[in-house]
Design a protein around this ligand. Structure first.
Ligand SMILES: Cc1cccc(C(=O)NCC2(NC(=O)c3cccc4nocc34)CCCC2)c1
Length: 253
């Protein structure tokens, strides 16, 4: 099935295709898939194994616990995915050895017409497959996972949100905060009071300028408090500097 001509094609090489296909059933990614903005296909190396037991793994040379994913079934699955669309594809291996996924790298993924995500299981993938087929390795963080599928789903979700048309206005507004590299300001909705806790006056004042200022101040302040590293890498303009200084003074009062 081919999507609209400029649709993004996403292929995932995984022994658990049903797991990964779920990401395209819900929310923003689900709507993008429905509307043909993206096209998601999963390819199971088990379907490309030579033997009748559909073996995709084998014991490691050098001994040790666990199993290693074999080259041939993965190679054939990648070839099948490549053949499904004439456009060149960037092959991304989700791996603890990879560069840390961040919004800049997500933006680069979103700009690719085709991406093939390669998900490891067991102890990992035979190095010769990685040497031959992988363009880039990405990690979603420093913790132990059972496989690369969740990482692929994280990358797919984050990148799809950046595909033009994927977000309606109501969602794109939510992008503003991190598009500025800051954490989010606090959010409130009805009721006005819940168990004696109210809503900041300014948010109900109808003064949109004051609301924007309050939100920027809160975003700057919370970033300063919880993720100062995000502030270290950026210049604040005069207004932002003043608002953050106000927040800090109030925080220390
Ligand atoms: C810190 C650390 C050091 C050594 C091994 C592991 C580990 O978790 N190894 C197991 C595997 N992990 C991942 O694939 C994986 C894990 C974490 C983030 C990721 N982002 O993308 C893929 C990721 C690799 C082969 C099968 C799963 C983790």
């Amino acid at each position: 099935m081919t999507g609209t001509p400029n649709s993004r094609r996403i292929d995932v090489i995984t022994v658990f295709p049903e797991m990964v296909e779920q990401v395209a059933r819900f929310g923003v990614v689900g709507r993008a898939a429905e509307r043909g903005l993206i096209e998601l296909s999963a390819w199971n190396p088990r379907d490309y194994a030579e033997d009748r037991h559909a073996t995709v793994d084998d014991r490691p040379y050098g001994g040790g616990p666990g199993m290693v994913m074999k080259v041939a079934p993965l190679h054939r699955a990648i070839q099948a995915a490549r053949a499904a669309d004439p456009r060149p594809a960037r092959v991304i291996h989700l791996s603890p050895q990879g560069a840390r996924l961040d919004q800049d790298r997500v933006a680069r993924l979103a700009a690719c017409e085709r991406v093939i995500y390669l998900c490891g299981r067991y102890e990992g993938i035979d190095e010769r497959l990685l040497e031959a087929e992988v363009d880039e390795e990405l990690s979603i963080g420093d913790y132990v996972l059972s496989g690369g599928e969740l990482a692929a789903m994280v990358a797919i979700d984050a990148a799809t949100r950046l595909v033009p048309g994927a977000l309606g206005h109501e969602d794109s507004a939510a992008e503003d905060s991190f598009a500025t590299g800051l954490l989010d300001h606090p959010h409130y909705t009805r009721p006005e009071v819940y168990e004696r806790r109210g809503v900041p006056e300014v948010l109900r004042s109808g003064d949109h300028g004051a609301v924007d200022t309050w939100r920027l101040k809160q975003a700057l302040g919370r970033t300063w408090l919880r993720r100062p590293d995000l502030l270290a890498g950026r210049e604040l303009d005069e207004r932002q500097r003043r608002l953050l200084d106000e927040f800090i003074a109030e925080h220390r009062a």
